[in-house]
Design a binder for this molecule. Structure first.
Ligand code: AMP
Length: 287
């Protein structure tokens, strides 16, 4: 496995691979790997000849009051795990390598970023779209794999690559969960023992949403959100950031449920902000 810290070194390796006609896959990450990240690397191997992983805690996607400085990091463990998953190249740049002094260019995706995390983190997706654009320009992947855990991010990247004619295929991969249902996240490491128990409010609320829609026949989104809010608020330490119900493609909120509904949640468990989501598909749509 090759480990490089500069764009120049990454480009040299990629150029050699491309000359051999190899298909390049990229998995962008912020590190502190868990099974979710590793599943993306495994998926990427199915889609490409060479798998590159970027490991960069992107300052541009954190607001000043967020957890950039405390974001968990463990470079050696991450490299060992990537190696075990047969990653071919790890690109692990420093902040200055990615954002040289005088950086003035930002990528904005409109519309899709106005609700959900875009509402509570207004600068977040501009930081994400910019860094992903840079990573695509450096690694020039044929395919890039993103987790459905960050559902809005996945749709923003799909939109961006389509709108800007970026020659890369975007593949989404299902959420990997702990045995009790908690979606894996690097930020789960912030949780105390008691908070960890309360963190189940997200997956359990999504289970409830599915039950209410499929078994109880709820079709009114406001009623659904109310039921989910009550469920979440029954857990200690839980504070709702948002409960979103809407269209999984356009990310526009919906009043009534048609064929497919995205239910997306952001909840503070203590000081830790966790997200989770599920797309609920009604029977009629699967026929
Ligand atoms: P991060 O390091 O949190 O920026 O995540 C890097 C990539 O891993 C993103 O595409 C995430 O959506 C994906 N990811 C994070 N957690 C999970 C998970 N539990 N299951 C699947 N993919 C995930």
């Amino acid at each position: 496995m090759k480990i490089v810290e500069t764009k120049k070194a990454a480009r040299e390796i990629i150029r050699k691979w491309k000359r051999r006609g190899l298909r390049i896959g990229l998995v962008p990450t912020m590190g502190y790997f868990h099974e979710g990240h590793l599943s993306l690397m495994d998926k990427c191997h199915e889609l490409a000849d060479k798998v590159a992983v970027s490991l960069f805690v992107n300052p541009a996607q954190f607001a000043p009051n967020e957890d950039l400085s405390s974001y968990p990091r463990d470079r050696e463990r991450d490299l060992a795990l990537a190696d075990r998953h047969n990653v071919d190249l790890v690109f692990i740049p420093g902040d200055k390598e990615m954002y040289a002094p005088g950086h003035k260019t930002w990528v904005t995706v409109e519309g899709l970023t106005s609700e959900m995390c875009g509402r509570s983190r207004p600068t977040h997706f501009c930081g994400v779209a910019t860094v992903v654009t840079k990573l695509f320009n450096i690694i020039t992947p044929d395919v890039a794999v993103f987790g459905e855990k960050d559902f809005q991010q996945l749709q923003v990247i799909r939109r961006m690559t389509h709108d800007l004619d970026m020659p890369v295929e975007i593949v989404g991969h299902p959420i990997v969960r702990e045995p009790d249902g908690l979606a894996m996240s690097s930020r789960n490491s912030y949780l105390s023992k008691e908070e960890r128990r309360s963190a189940l409010c997200l997956s359990q609320a999504l289970d409830l949403a599915e039950h209410l829609v499929k078994q109880q026949g709820i079709r009114n989104c406001s009623d659904l959100r109310q039921a989910l809010a009550e469920k979440i608020e029954a857990f200690p330490f839980a504070g709702i950031d948002y409960i979103f119900t809407g269209d999984p493609e356009t990310l526009e909120s919906q009043d009534t449920i048609n064929n497919k509904l995205l239910v997306a949640l952001a909840v503070f468990v203590g000081a830790t902000r966790l997200i989770d989501n599920r797309v609920i598909t009604l029977e009629a749509d699967t026929k």
